[in-house]
Design a protein around this ligand. Sequence first.
Ligand SMILES: [Cu+2]
Length: 118
Amino acid sequence: MLAGVLALSVALLGACGGSSAAPPAPTTPAAPAAAAAGTAVLKVHDFAFDPLTVAPGTRITLVNSDSAPHNATATDGSFKSADATPGHDVSFAAPSKPGAYSFLCTVHPNMKGTLTVK
Ligand SMILES: [Cu+2]
């Protein structure tokens, strides 16, 4: 009986320790900083855009917290998002050229914002 317990212990130790099989490689990109690179969130709430500064070409997600649809359309035509209906985010690419881009929501043209690319 004692021998059986010892044998079991040895087996468990062997299973835990000596295996040369590598654990799953730590390739999961869990770092928040890395995930944030190249993407940004443009928040819309109370019929107003939050100001946003991004790097050229950043993928911007328009997150709409209002009960009406909104979009972000550059007044110079350099970008245009689809309509973000409530609870349905849309994304678009920031211009590749640095600058301050005025934009508006074509559903509510009095909604204006500025996207800074640098
Ligand atoms: Cu709107």
